[in-house]
Design a protein around this ligand. Structure first.
Ligand SMILES: [Zn+2]
Length: 274
């Protein structure tokens, strides 16, 4: 009887400890991480520190960029084709600093601001195929946004809804059944999801990025065309004064928790989690 009680207590303790020691995203090693981003920079602004930590831990980080970001310039001499090329190169440089090789960046190629007008079934089918092919251990994606941008930023709204729709579709093979029948893509249930740009009351997971904060700001500064002065009149580089100012602003704006630089996420384990 005493032995039984001991065993019961041991099981209870082991089970309890198991729950307490839940795996943390930033402590994953040798796993596959899939990141969906509406534009080639939201991944860096929203989760760049976390991505750097994941790469350092020898995870395979793959980035899916919904749009080519070819509209956001005030320069009257800019063209969409040229801006798309610039944004492509800036994203590769930026993610490269965080440790993501350019061959791990997938471009879905939709025009900036037009994601909401893309054919919906096609958009979800494409994202579903990516999830079924990559079979990530953890998925990062965008939430519609913290404040006004949840209404104001069209691609953020659409990318957020589409990614979670694709997560749902990926686990039921009868969605887009030809992916299984013709392409051999089996259904897949994403086990862990982390959504960046969460509304503050909904943020439930924070990654300490103290050790990579400077690297994150350096990487974000590679997105030259998104900042003043290049967003107004394109130039491919910074003056040292402008660069210093931009990084200082990033440092000010980076969220802090308990005195540490953090990236905030809304964590979910299922598409229908309450
Ligand atoms: Zn964006």
């Amino acid at each position: 009887m005493r032995n039984c009680l001991f065993l019961f207590c041991s099981l209870l303790l082991t089970h309890g400890l198991g729950q307490a020691q839940e795996t943390r995203l930033e402590e994953l090693h040798n796993q596959t991480i899939l990141v969906f981003t509406p534009h080639p920079d939201d991944d860096v602004f929203g989760a760049g520190g976390t991505i750097a930590l994941l790469n350092r831990n020898h995870n395979k980080v793959l980035i899916v960029v919904y749009t080519n970001d070819d509209k956001g310039s005030y320069d009257p001499d800019m063209t969409s084709q040229r801006l798309a090329r610039i944004r492509h190169a800036e994203q590769e440089a930026s993610e490269g600093l965080l440790g993501t090789p350019k061959e791990n960046i997938m471009w879905m190629g939709y025009d900036d601001g037009m994601l909401e007008y893309a054919p919906q079934p096609k958009l979800t089918e494409e994202a579903t195929a990516i999830i079924r092919r990559i079979r990530p251990d953890a998925l990062l994606s965008v939430d519609p946004g913290e404040w006004y941008e949840r209404w104001h930023k069209t691609d953020h709204r659409m990318a957020a809804f589409n990614t979670i729709d694709a997560v749902r579709a990926a686990e039921f093979w009868l969605y887009f059944p030809n992916q299984r029948l013709q392409q051999g893509l089996e259904p897949y249930k994403v086990p862990e999801m982390y959504f960046f740009y969460p509304a503050p009351p909904e943020a439930n997971y924070f990654v300490n990025i103290d050790g990579v904060a400077d690297l994150k700001f350096e990487a974000a500064a590679k997105q030259v065309s998104q900042f003043d002065p290049a967003v107004n009149k394109y130039r491919p580089d910074w003056t040292s004064e402008d660069l210093k100012k931009a990084k200082e602003e990033m440092r000010q704006e980076q969220p802090k928790k308990d005195g540490h630089y953090v990236e905030a996420f809304r964590r979910a384990k299922s598409f229908n989690q309450y």
